[in-house]
Design a protein around this ligand. Structure first.
Ligand code: NAD
Length: 273
């Protein structure tokens, strides 16, 4: 299904990342992947020892997981907050004559969620708001820009981002600051669907996924009771990471005519509550 197609997969932290399930499914369907992980790049300046330690551990865990789960897939460092890192990644791929047929945006970060506690919106600072927006939403524009401008993204490509129902409504587990970034991410995906579709037939879709505690991001935000509540509320129960991977790979298939869609892979949770 994805023979001779290569996809850039962002957002893998470890083997439990949603993006890892997508990468594995791409490979299973005959495609290739290039994976990016958060690590220390040549563009990071004045990093504290703590930040350096965090980023190094993150990149080592990422590389190990890729080796164990995906074998010899190409890996690259990517911190989406650094314009220069974004550009150098695109330039490197261009220099290596890499052509990609789509990418997965699976990146999110919100420092107002700590130890499963969500900061009320009234206490969110401008810096916290902008940082979350930058990493979790604007990064999709920037990534598309560089991949498009360097002509790495091939005509007729497919872009997917991952969101959550909280982008549209307040759920029993309100995310506040992150919900706003997810709403922006969804809108960005739809605007890109129009812009890139007209430019070179590239599609862009966003998938709203169930609550999932297996990943680092999920574990930092959710309690077991949240996952159980969502499971009970969903007519089909919570969707699994494999369900998500199946849908993303479906959207990655060449020659599709689906674009600008918000798909729900959530066992029907979005129709309840
Ligand atoms: N886990 C859930 O319940 C759930 C539900 C719906 C949507 N999502 C979304 O799915 C996506 C993947 O999340 P996940 O659950 O697999 O968690 P995860 O922790 O495995 O993935 C989040 C990724 O974002 C990366 N990241 C953070 N800051 C970055 C930066 N500056 N530059 C580059 N990468 C950066 C992290 O390194 C990590 O790989 C996110 O967009 C998340 O919001 C998750």
């Amino acid at each position: 299904m994805l023979q001779n197609k290569t996809f850039l997969i962002t957002g893998i932290a470890d083997k439990y990342s949603l993006a890892m399930y997508v990468a594995k499914e791409v490979i299973k369907q005959g495609g290739k992947v290039i994976c990016t992980g958060l690590g220390v790049s040549e563009f990071h300046k004045d990093l504290s020892e703590k930040a350096q330690g965090f980023l190094n551990k993150n990149f080592n865990d990422f590389k190990l997981a890729i080796k164990q789960e995906l074998g010899d897939a190409r890996v690259e460092i990517l911190d989406v907050t650094l314009e220069a890192n974004m550009q150098s990644l695109a330039k490197k791929l261009k220099d290596d004559n890499v052509k990609i047929h789509g990418f997965l945006h699976a990146i999110a970060m919100d420092k107002t969620i700590r130890h499963k506690e969500v900061k009320p919106l009234l206490q969110v600072t401008k810096e916290e708001f902008c940082d979350t927006m930058d990493v979790s939403a604007y990064s999709l524009i920037r990534l598309a820009q560089y991949l498009f401008n360097y002509k790495i993204l091939q005509p007729g490509s497919s872009i997917c981002s991952i969101s959550y129902i909280a982008a549209a409504k307040v759920t029993f587990h309100p995310y506040r600051n992150m919900s706003i970034a997810k709403a922006a991410l969804e809108r960005i995906t739809i605007e890109l669907a129009d812009e890139l579709g007209r430019m070179n037939g590239t599609r862009a879709n966003v998938v709203r996924f169930s609550t999932y505690m297996g990943s680092k991001a999920g574990n930092a935000t959710l309690n077991t009771s949240d996952v159980e509540t969502a499971n009970k509320m969903s007519p089909l129960g919570n969707a699994s990471p494999q369900d998500l991977a199946n849908e993303v790979v479906h959207l990655f298939r060449p020659n599709g005519r689906i674009t600008g869609e918000i798909r729900h892979v959530d066992g029907g949770y979005h129709i309840t509550g």
